[in-house]
Design a protein around this ligand. Structure first.
Ligand SMILES: [Zn+2]
Length: 439
């Protein structure tokens, strides 16, 4: 299921050679930009040094602060008049940062996303419910472009309008979906409440789920509620990398809870130790650091995503035939999401794993409450929901989760159990860590 087999099956050496050629061309383009020359000068370098074999490994990394310092059009390398469309980061902290796309950038994005869709089993002619958001966010528009490039039929509802979507999934015989995994899980539940059985009445065969990393247990429960054979393929990308274009699971890596970096002919994705910025070895955890090779407007060089992943124990030569596109695990957390609770490092994803693995909990509804948002809370409470009709009582479920959290984290954490439907729900990215309100 390769859209571009001539590129997707390149081996490691051919891929590296292609990347080197494009890095040299990128250095030439950046050399025309005073902002980029000043940025490289901070590391005693010039953009043209990207042509050297070790050029990228020594290039300065790019951080949010670098972009904010150059508002409103940070590190833009073309005239604003050549930008066909701007997208922006979500801006949960501070103002959104604008990223420009030329006509050419949008065409290349369409090909990149189409490659991901094909990898996840979406076919030309499929009817696809597109559930990612629109506007400044790149998720929805990028999937519109990709579906069009692939030749699939896009039904662009975006997130929300659950009642309409659960009926359309049945009445329009929709084959595939692109959406947040939390929202898909919500749709399954909402359908059942309205007397529609997704297993029997929907035709969904595959989905690309992204914007949010979910555990294997969550994905398996989502798949169990869908028509027989349905698979949910994790997807990963970022506005800074140019869209939802970094990684998607193929049918083989899906079984191992891994994803392929699928556009390494257009991006260099380094997995680096966040402290030393040295590449990590197979099976180790590192931060995803991205360089865009082809972008005309708003390119990035060594953008620090802060997202932490395991590099696969066998990163290359997947059974699907993709040899030089490395494999990574799902996103296990953001390095700046980690909480230091009384000296113990806690990732929200660890809490999610425990909840998702405990029968009787509502998988998409849980929160962490802390006494301060500075990253080092003194107290932390976990709130969960108990499924309606689940055998046993709520306090027993709470103590089961508390016990598992203690053995997983090495930390005693109070757990509150609430009735189903009482904690916040999120259509896109969930905010799992919230400030505990004073009683
Ligand atoms: Zn594969």
């Amino acid at each position: 299921m390769m859209l571009h087999p001539e590129i997707e099956s390149l081996d490691r050496d051919d891929m590296a050679a292609l990347q080197s050629r494009k890095l040299a061309a990128l250095g030439k383009r950046l050399a025309a930009s005073p902002e980029w020359c000043a940025h490289f000068a901070k590391a005693g370098m010039h953009p043209r040094d990207l042509a050297a074999p070790d050029g990228l490994a020594h290039a300065p990394t790019l951080e949010k602060a670098d972009l904010r310092a150059h508002a409103p059009f940070p590190m833009l390398t073309v005239e604003v008049s050549r930008v066909a469309r701007f997208f922006a980061t979500s801006g949960t902290t501070g103002q959104p940062v604008l990223f420009g796309f030329t006509e050419g950038d949008l065409k290349r994005l369409a090909c990149q996303v189409a490659r991901h869709l094909r990898c996840a089993g979406v076919r030309p002619g499929d009817r696809v419910y597109q559930g990612f958001g629109y506007g400044l966010w790149i998720g929805g528009p990028a999937h519109d472009l990709g579906l069009r490039e692939l030749g699939a039929t896009c039904i662009p509802v975006g997130p929300g309008r659950s009642e309409l979507v659960i009926e359309w999934l049945r009445d329009l015989a929709i084959d595939a979906a692109t959406a947040s995994p939390l929202f898909l899980a919500h749709l399954v539940r909402a359908a059942r409440e309205r007397g529609i059985d997704p297993k029997k009445e929907w035709r969904l065969r595959t989905a690309i789920v992204g914007g949010q990393s979910v555990s294997l247990a969550f994905r398996e429960q989502l798949e169990a509620g869908m028509p027989h054979g349905f698979r949910a393929h994790n997807n990963y990308g970022a506005t800074e990398s140019g869209g939802p274009n970094l990684a998607t699971a193929c049918p083989h890596s899906l079984e191992r809870d891994e994803m392929h970096l699928l556009n390494e002919d257009a991006l260099v994705t380094e997995i680096l130790d966040p402290k030393t910025l040295q590449p990590v070895g197979p099976g180790e955890v590192g931060e995803v650091v991205v360089t865009t090779l082809d972008k005309e407007a708003s390119p990035v060089v060594r953008w620090r995503t802060r997202d932490l992943v395991h590099l696969s124990a066998k990163p290359r030569d997947c059974e699907c035939g993709r040899r030089g596109m490395p494999l990574i695990g799902r996103i296990i957390g953001r390095s700046d999401d980690a909480l230091k609770v009384r000296g113990v490092l806690v990732f929200p994803s660890q809490v999610e794993d425990v909840i998702a693995g405990t029968p009787g909990t509502v998988k998409e509804a849980w929160q962490i409450y802390v006494d301060t948002m500075d990253g080092s809370p003194k107290t932390m409470t976990v709130a969960i929901e108990c499924e309606t009709g689940c055998p046993g009582d709520a306090s027993k479920l709470a103590s089961t989760v508390a016990h598992s959290l203690q053995s997983r984290l090495g930390l005693k954490v109070p757990v509150e159990c609430h009735p189903q439907g009482t904690l916040p729900r999120y259509e896109a990215k969930a905010r799992r860590v919230l400030l505990k309100e004073e009683p």
